[in-house]
Design a protein around this ligand. Structure first.
Ligand code: NAD
Ligand code: ZN
Length: 335
């Protein structure tokens, strides 16, 4: 990357699990390229995506010798947590250092590493503190996915189905045709598959970097999905599982409104199931979910906004979502 020609030192930031797996390989290759390289790790897990961890990383960053300066580059190595946290460190250290993202989860490959959002959580909510800070580059190595635990692998596939439904019917065909090889993590199929997903997310966010219009389409499956996450508790459901349920509920709502053919909804549902993602869940309280949706930071004046598919590959935004429609869609998740 031309933008990085004057870099003299590199600091790799990774969570402890990824640091143990790939940290040495990363710093060795940076050293081999002639840079002073060091590694800073932090405890793995969303619960550590906090200002407290950022502070601990700063303590170590400013103790690194040679001292970090404008020619230092940050490398965020790992999943979305490392990307968001290290990206935020890069955005704020010395008023902004250049950084490179090295994603090692499906979610980070196709979603978190595209768009330039960085940040951490606060007790009051997820991702409340942050900055837009575009990386100078993204270096993706699909072979790192070989060690990713199965549930994290499937978690990221929910966003891939989302990308297909909002933009690209042929990507849905591709996932259907190659589901077995994707789940077996064959490197050549994963390379094509992840690249197609990156291209969709990149096209959507570059059309709308600050989230005024089109970027909202990425919220497909996320309005009800986030409410389900809040309702059952982040510790009890993975984001991808909630999004899978959220997409299924949104599809149901779209079919009920006459927007989407039920065959299309069934096709998406079958694919989610094949990928090991949930499309049914007992014990969801539709009333609570509706209330949470009204308080979502993306709801404007209590008005719930949802992204609904009109066909596979095309979505539209609706502002006239009724509590009855949401109740019906949530009830359909326990049928
Ligand atoms: N910035 C954005 O635009 C954006 C978009 C979507 C999500 N996110 C954020 O991403 C985060 C979730 O990311 P995630 O699901 O990647 O979680 P994560 O970063 O916590 O990674 C999941 C787990 O997998 C481990 N791991 C990562 N790579 C591995 C590998 N190759 N082999 C073995 N283990 C590995 C990690 O140590 C961790 O325990 C959330 O905080 C979310 O807010 C950000
Ligand atoms: Zn998501």
């Amino acid at each position: 990357v031309a933008e990085l020609e004057d870099v003299t030192s590199a600091v790799v930031i990774a969570d402890a699990s990824v640091a143990a797996l790939y940290g040495k390989r990363a710093t060795d290759s940076l050293s081999a390229a002639g840079m002073a390289a060091s590694l800073i790790d932090f405890p793995a897990g969303e619960e550590h995506k906090t200002l407290r961890t950022v502070h601990a990383v700063f303590d170590r960053l400013f103790a690194v010798r040679p001292q970090a300066d404008r020619r230092t580059v940050i490398a965020a190595l790992g999943g979305g947590v490392a990307g968001d946290l290290a990206g935020f460190v890069a955005a704020t250290a010395l008023r902004g250092l250049r950084w490179v993202q090295c994603p090692t989860t499906v979610l980070a490959d196709v979603d978190a590493s595209v768009g330039g959002k960085t940040g951490v959580d606060h007790e009051a909510g997820k991702n409340l503190i942050g900055a837009f800070h575009q990386p100078a580059g993204v270096l993706m190595d699909v072979e790192t996915l070989a060690t990713l635990p199965e549930e994290h692998f499937r978690n990221g596939l929910a966003e891939c189905v989302k990308h297909a439904v909002i933009r690209d019917a042929s990507l849905l065909d591709f996932i259907e045709d190659h589901a077995g090889r994707i789940l077996a993590r064959e490197a050549d199929i994963l390379t094509d598959f992840l690249a197609r997903n990156v291209a969709i997310k990149a096209a959507v966010v570059s059309a709308d970097e600050r989230e005024a219009g089109e970027r909202a389409h990425l919220n497909y499956g996320h309005t009800i999905g986030h409410a389900i996450e809040t309702h059952v508790g982040y510790a009890h459901i993975r984001h991808g599982e909630a999004v899978s349920l959220g997409m299924t509920a949104a599809n149901h709502l779209a079919v009920e409104r006459g927007l989407l053919e039920s065959e299309a909804a069934d096709r998406i549902e079958d694919l989610l199931k094949r990928l090991g993602l949930p499309v049914r869940r007992e014990g969801l309280d539709a009333e609570k979910i509706w209330q949470i949706m009204q308080h979502d930071k993306k709801a404007v004046g209590g008005q719930v906004r949802m992204v609904l598919p009109v066909m596979i590959g095309q979505v539209a935004v609706f502002d006239d979502i009724t509590p009855a429609a949401v109740r019906g869609a949530v009830a359909a998740l326990s049928l």
